[in-house]
Design a protein around this ligand. Structure first.
Ligand SMILES: [Zn+2]
Length: 485
C-alpha cells in the first residue's frame, strides 16, 4: 500500500470508454428529395419506379419521381445500425481497457469458465467495509466488468443493475456515470439517462463524451434544439466525425421543423407544418393514443418515453398521396408521415399510423434486435392485414419448392427485386398470423422478450414454439391451407 492514491488513479483507467455515436457505415447513404429534404438510409437501391432503402425497422420506399439524387456513402448496414431507435445512429457500448491498473487482474478473477464469479465479487465487496477508497474502487471495477460481460451477452437488465452497483462504490466516477447513462439510452429511457449525464457533467464539465451522450438523450426526447447545442459543445471540446454527422442530421430536422406546430399528448410529441389542418393533427393524436393502448396491452410493453411523430406536408410528398396514397411513411425512431392535402383522417392513414407505431413498440421492446421479417409481420398484423388474398399464391409457391427462407430475411431486404420483396412481406405476415392464430399473441410477445436477450431470432422461435425456421414454414403453410382453402 505504498502508493494508494496512484493505484486508485490508475484503476480508474479501466473505465476508459470508447463511445462511438453512429457507426460510419451504418447509415452511409443519403436520399436527397427534390425539395431538398434529406433522408439518411442504408443500402439505397432503385427498383422500378421506387427508391427502396433500409432503416432500423425494415424496408421502406419512396416514389422515384420525388427523389432528386442519392448520395452513396461507404459500407452497408450492420447489426449495430438497428440498435438505436432514437436517432438512426448506432452507439457502441463503452469499451473497457483492462490492460491498465488492477483492472486486468480483477477482470480475470471476475470472468472465468464462461461466467461471472459472484463469490469473488462478494469477497471484494466485503473488503470495502474498512472504508478504504482502493477497496471501493476494486468492487466498482468488479461490478463494471460483470456489467460489460452481461451487456456482451444481451442481458441488459443485469448489466444495468451491476453498473449501478459499481456506481455505489465509486459514485463520482464520470465514466461509470456515463456507462449507466449509456445503458439507459439503449433502453430508450432518455430522461433517466440525462439524470446520470448531468451528474457526470458536474464532475467532468469538459468531457466531450458526456456532451455527445447528452445530445443523443435529447434527440431521443425529441428536444432537437437541445441535442444540437450539446453536439456543438461536444465538437468544440473534441473533433469527432460521428458527432459532426449527428449534428448535421439534427440541424436538418431542426430547420425543417422550425415553423412547425406542436401537439403533445401523454405518449406522443407531434410536430406538423403550420399550414396543416389542426383537426387532422388532433385526429392523428387521438388515433395514435388509442393504438398505443391497444399495442401496449397486446405486446405487454410500454415505451418509456413519448414517441416523436412528424406530419410532413412538403410539396415533395404530395406525389405520394396522389399516387397510391401512403407510400413512404417511415419510422427511424420518430414516425414520419406525409399527409399533404389531407384534412381529415382516412382509413389508409389510420392503418399507416398503426403500422409505424407497431414498429416503434417492437423496436424498443427488443432493443432494436428484432429481425426484419418479424418486424414487418407484426406491423402488418397489427394494422389489420390478413393473408386471405395471398394464401393460395403462397401455398403454390411452397409446393413448387419456392419456400421462403426466414433466415435470409432477417436483415437487409434492400437488394431484393420488387416481386421478391412483396412476397417477403406476404410470408412475414402469414408466419406471424399463423403464430398468433395457433399459439396466441402471448407467444409473439415471448419471442420478442427472448430476442431482446438472446443472440438469434431462430433460438427465440425454438425456445417458445419448439420450431426451427424450416418447421415454422411448414407450420405456416399448414395454417394457410386450413384457414383459407
Ligand atoms: Zn413496416
Amino acid at each position: 500500500m505504498a502508493f494508494p492514491s496512484i493505484m486508485s488513479g490508475s484503476r480508474a483507467g479501466v473505465f476508459s470508454i470508447a463511445l462511438a455515436l453512429g457507426s460510419a457505415g451504418a447509415w452511409a447513404d443519403t436520399i436527397v428529395l427534390k425539395n431538398g429534404h434529406r433522408i439518411s438510409a442504408s443500402n439505397v437501391v432503385e427498383a422500378g419506379d421506387k427508391i427502396r432503402y433500409e432503416t432500423s425497422v425494415g424496408e421502406l420506399s419512396l416514389p422515384k419521381s420525388i427523389v432528386d439524387h442519392i448520395e452513396k456513402g461507404f459500407g452497408g448496414g450492420g447489426a449495430a445500425s438497428s440498435a438505436d431507435s432514437a436517432s438512426n445512429m448506432a452507439i457502441t457500448p463503452p469499451a473497457m481497457d483492462a490492460a491498465r491498473g488492477n483492472g486486468g487482474e480483477i477482470e480475470h478473477a471476475v470472468i472465468h469458465g464462461g461466467g461471472i464469479d459472484r463469490e469473488y465479487i462478494a469477497k471484494l465487496e466485503s473488503e470495502t467495509r474498512n472504508g478504504s477508497a482502493a477497496a471501493g474502487m476494486d468492487a466498482a471495477v468488479a461490478h463494471h466488468v460483470a456489467a460489460n460481460f452481461e451487456l456482451a451477452h444481451g442481458d441488459m437488465d443485469h448489466a444495468l443493475a451491476d453498473e449501478q452497483t459499481a456506481l455505489t462504490y465509486a459514485p463520482d466516477e464520470p465514466l461509470l456515470l456515463m456507462d449507466v447513462a449509456y445503458l439507459y439510452l439503449r433502453r430508450s429511457e432518455y430522461r433517466q439517462s440525462l439524470d446520470y449525464l448531468e451528474r457526470a457533467q458536474r464532475i467532468a464539465p469538459s468531457n466531450a463524451d458526456v456532451a455527445k451522450l447528452s445530445g443523443w438523450a435529447y434527440y431521443g426526447l425529441n428536444r432537437v434544439e437541445d441535442a444540437v447545442s450539446e453536439w456543438k459543445r461536444a465538437l468544440a471540446l473534441k473533433p469527432d466525425a460521428e458527432v459532426q454527422n449527428a449534428l448535421e442530421k439534427a440541424q436538418r430536422d431542426a430547420q425543417e421543423e422550425s415553423t412547425y406546430r406542436d401537439g403533445d399528448t401523454v405518449h406522443f410529441r407531434l410536430r406538423y407544418n403550420g399550414s396543416a389542418a389542426p383537426e387532422l393533427a388532433r385526429d392523428v393524436l387521438r388515433i395514435l393514443e388509442t393504438d398505443f393502448d391497444e399495442i401496449s396491452s397486446t405486446l405487454n410493453y410500454v415505451p418509456p418515453e413519448p414517441i416523436g411523430v412528424i406530419l410532413y406536408t412538403n410539396q415533395a410528398f404530395m406525389d405520394i398521396t396522389r399516387a397510391s396514397g401512403w407510400v413512404g411513411a417511415l419510422n427511424d425512431g420518430r414516425i414520419r408521415v406525409p399527409v399533404e392535402g389531407l384534412t381529415t383522417m382516412t382509413e389508409e392513414l389510420a392503418r399507416v399510423l398503426k403500422h409505424e407505431l407497431t414498429h416503434s413498440f417492437v423496436g424498443q421492446k427488443t432493443g432494436g434486435r428484432c429481425p426484419v421479417w418479424l418486424q414487418e409481420g407484426i406491423a402488418q398484423y397489427m394494422e389489420g392485414k390478413r393473408s386471405r388474398s395471398a394464401a393460395s399464391g403462397l401455398n403454390s409457391a411452397y409446393e413448387r419448392h419456392m419456400e421462403f427462407s426466414l433466415a435470409s430475411y432477417e436483415s437487409s431486404w434492400m437488394n431484393l427485386p420488387r416481386e421478391t420483396a412483396s412476397s417477403a412481406y406476404a410470408w412475414s405476415l402469414a408466419t406471424v398470423e399463423a403464430i398468433v392464430t395457433e399459439e396466441g399473441m402471448v407467444s409473439v410477445e415471448r419471442i420478442l422478450d427472448r430476442i431482446a436477450t438472446l443472440s438469434t431470432a431462430e433460438d427465440a422461435i425454438h425456445a417458445v414454439l419448439h420450431d426451427s425456421y424450416a418447421s415454422l414454414m411448414e407450420f405456416t403453410v399448414q395454417y394457410l391451407r386450413k384457414a383459407y382453402s
